[in-house]
Design a protein around this ligand. Structure first.
Ligand code: F0G
Length: 366
């Protein structure tokens, strides 16, 4: 048997690394794919943008085993489900939860049922769920319809729901806040992230509070969440019947963790704001081309939001008067290859050139 000390931190996964903070015991079978321990990347260019001696870091969750932050919560939810002897997992999803659930179910050797709004999730995410062998049930509706059905099926007792309404998911996801504090030595002053079903903002806030309570950090960040402008129920404080955005992962009109998100935002003296699709896509390109971090559109909402905070007096949280030397973390939630449609469209203008050095040289335009 390989001792834990000889395993790399990466392959240990979040349960092994943060066991004391998670709802697991010696009896819990650990279903892990080596999630977590993702890079916290200092960005000189974003730091320059905000100025005033501030430091900006990007927490890149796209490098988790299935390419999104969901894996942190899924390892805990699936491990606990196995401990309870569940027969099958079930989830509704805009794509990433289903990819993650399918992978961890495969690892655990149990059935995973995913209810998906057909035509409204990125093909690549559907490919993941399919490849991992999930039972895929497409519905002719949106994510909110899928979650409603899952909640009803939950009452039959035949399934374990692995959406973020499952507290084990939130428990696992809070480890991202632990990692940030472990790396930075304290919590940041501001934490920016995209908001969809609102599980992640809830989880980060729980993590920051828990570490603070254990005196692993001295302060708490202001949580700043960003929704897509036409899918912003929390911002507008009303259910959006037909949410629309290019960022399909956060195309949600009635988030499950709405109340928890509100609490996180108000307790942390943070804010909820909106970014439009043009801003999201511009931020996605900017991050790829200036920092080498390629994220899916939904993930770029935190970067678009950061730019809004820097530039606009209208932002729900303006950085114009930000205290000198503040530290800001932006979470990017999913890998760019998960939802590349917009980039593929832009690539269509590529045309082959003749097979001579001269033609190639001319095409380089240096
Ligand atoms: N970013 C990405 C890439 C996501 O997939 C999601 C949510 C979010 C942000 C928002 O996080 O829901 O915790 O507020 N995706 C869910 C899914 C809804 O089904 O994969 P949240």
């Amino acid at each position: 048997m390989v001792s834990t000390t000889t395993k790399s931190r990466r392959s240990r996964g979040v349960i092994e690394r943060y066991r004391e903070f998670l709802p697991v015991s010696a009896a819990t079978p650990v279903i892990s794919l080596g999630e977590g321990n993702t890079p916290l990347i200092f960005s000189p260019r974003l730091s320059e943008r905000v100025g005033r001696g501030c430091e900006v870091f990007v927490k890149n969750e796209g490098v988790n085993p299935t390419g999104s932050f969901k894996d942190r919560g899924m390892t805990v939810a699936v491990s606990k489900a196995m401990e309870r002897g569940t027969k099958a997992l079930i989830c509704a999803s805009t794509g990433n939860t289903s990819a993650s659930a399918a992978a961890y179910a495969a690892r655990a050797g149990i059935l995973c049922v995913v209810i998906l709004p057909l035509g409204k999730i990125a093909t690549e995410k559907l490919v993941q769920a399919f490849a991992y062998g999930a039972k895929i049930i497409p519905i002719d509706g949106n994510f909110d319809d899928a979650l409603r059905i899952v909640r009803e099926l939950d009452e039959t007792g035949d399934f374990t729901v692995v959406n973020s309404i499952n507290p084990d998911r939130v428990a696992g996801q809070k480890t991202a806040a632990f990692e940030i504090i472990d790396k930075m030595g304290d919590a940041p002053d501001f934490h920016l992230l995209p908001v969809g079903n609102a599980g992640n903002v809830t989880a980060y806030w729980a993590g920051y509070r828990e570490y603070r309570a254990h005196e692993r950090s001295a302060k708490l960040p202001a949580m700043i969440g960003f929704q897509a402008a036409a899918a912003a129920p929390i911002f507008y404080n009303r259910i959006i019947e037909k949410p629309e955005t290019i960022a399909s992962a956060i195309r949600i009109g009635n988030p499950a963790s709405w109340k928890h998100a509100r609490t996180a935002i108000s307790e942390s003296r943070g804010a909820i704001d909106v970014v439009n699709d043009d801003e999201i896509l511009a931020a996605q390109s900017w991050l790829a081309q200036h920092e080498g971090i390629f994220v899916e559109p939904a993930s770029a909402a935190s970067i678009a939001g950061f730019f809004k905070c820097c530039a606009s007096g209208d932002a729900a949280c303006s950085f114009r008067e930000i205290p000198e030397g503040s530290r800001i973390v932006c979470t990017v939630t999913g890998h760019g290859l998960k939802d590349p449609d917009v980039v593929i469209q832009r690539m269509k203008k590529l045309k082959p050139v003749a097979t001579t050095v001269m033609d190639v040289r001319r095409a380089i335009e240096l």
